[in-house]
Write a protein that binds this ligand. Structure first.
Ligand code: BTN
Length: 245
C-alpha cells in the first residue's frame, strides 16, 4: 500500500497534501491524516468541525489522467462508494446524499471535498479529502444534522484500522476505472446507494420548495429530478437543496 503520513495538526489535510505535492513527488494513493485541522474545509466554503483526535480526517492523492475533465464526477462516485462500503461494515442505512455527502438515515456522518487540478482536458491531480465522524459525541458547529459512528454503534472505533480499510477500498475501486464496463457499473452502484432514491421528497431551487423524485444522476454529476407534474428538471451542485422534513 502507498504511504500513510500522520501529522498532529494542520490547517487542512487537503492543503497539506497540495503543499507537499508542490515540493516533492508523492506515490499515487498516498494518504495524509491528521488529529486536528485548524481550518478544515467543507463544501461551499463551510468549515469542517472535528474534535481533536476523535475522528478520521484525511486526504488521498490520485493522478487520474485517464479521466477527461468532464467526467471528473466519477472520482466522487468511487470515493463515496468506498466510504459507503466501509461504513456498511459498522452500520445499516448508509447512503450517499448527492453529490457526495455520506448519510446514516437522515443524518450526515461523513463529508467529502475533492479538489481536482486540471491541465487542459485532463486531471493532473485529484486531492480527495474525507472527514468521517467516528468517536465524537457532541457537535458544536451549526452543521444541521451531524452524527458519528460512536453514536450509532457500541464502543470507540479504531481510527487507523478504518483508515487503512478506506485507503485500500478507494484504491481498489480506482484501479478498476481502467476497465471499460466499470464506469457503468459504478454509475449503477452509485444510484442504488443514493439517499432518498425512491419516492417524492422536498427540494428547494433557491426560489421555491417543490416535491420531486430522483430519476438519474448523469455522468457529469447533474441531478435529474421529476416534479409532481412530471416535469424533468436537471440541477448542478449548489443549484438545489434537499430539505430535511
Ligand atoms: C463537506 O462539507 O461535506 C466536506 C467536508 C470535507 C472534510 C474533509 S476533512 C479532511 C479534508 N480536509 C479538509 O480540509 N476537508 C476535508
Amino acid at each position: 500500500m502507498p504511504p500513510v503520513i500522520h501529522i498532529k495538526e494542520t490547517d487542512s489535510t487537503n492543503n497539506y497534501i497540495k503543499e507537499l505535492l508542490s515540493l516533492q513527488d508523492l506515490e499515487e494513493g498516498t494518504v495524509v491524516y491528521s488529529d486536528f485541522q485548524t481550518a478544515g474545509k467543507g463544501q461551499q466554503g463551510n468549515v469542517w468541525e472535528s474534535e481533536c483526535g476523535k475522528n478520521l480526517i484525511f486526504s488521498i492523492v490520485l493522478y487520474p489522467d485517464m479521466i477527461r475533465a468532464n467526467q471528473q464526477f466519477v472520482i466522487s462516485q468511487i470515493v463515496s462508494l468506498a466510504v459507503v462500503r466501509v461504513l456498511n461494515k459498522y452500520a445499516n442505512n448508509i447512503t450517499i446524499k448527492w453529490p457526495n455527502d455520506i448519510y446514516w438515515n437522515e443524518k450526515k456522518i461523513c463529508g467529502v471535498l475533492i479538489e481536482n487540478s486540471l491541465v487542459g482536458e485532463t486531471i493532473k491531480e485529484s486531492v480527495c479529502g474525507i472527514g468521517i465522524n467516528v468517536n465524537q459525541t457532541e457537535f458544536i458547529s451549526d452543521a444541521p444534522n451531524p452524527v458519528s459512528l460512536r453514536q450509532i454503534t457500541d464502543g470507540n472505533l479504531d481510527l487507523e484500522m478504518l483508515l487503512y480499510d478506506l485507503q485500500e477500498t478507494i484504491l481498489d475501486n480506482y484501479s478498476k476505472l481502467a476497465e471499460k464496463e466499470y464506469a457503468e457499473h459504478i454509475a449503477c452502484e452509485y444510484k442504488s446507494a443514493l439517499f432518498r432514491r425512491e419516492g417524492y421528497h422536498l427540494y428547494n431551487d433557491g426560489i421555491s420548495d417543490f416535491y420531486a423524485q430522483i430519476i438519474d444522476v448523469e455522468s457529469n454529476g447533474m441531478l435529474v429530478l421529476k416534479t409532481e407534474d412530471e416535469t424533468i428538471r436537471k440541477f448542478a451542485f449548489k443549484e438545489v437543496k434537499y430539505l430535511i422534513t
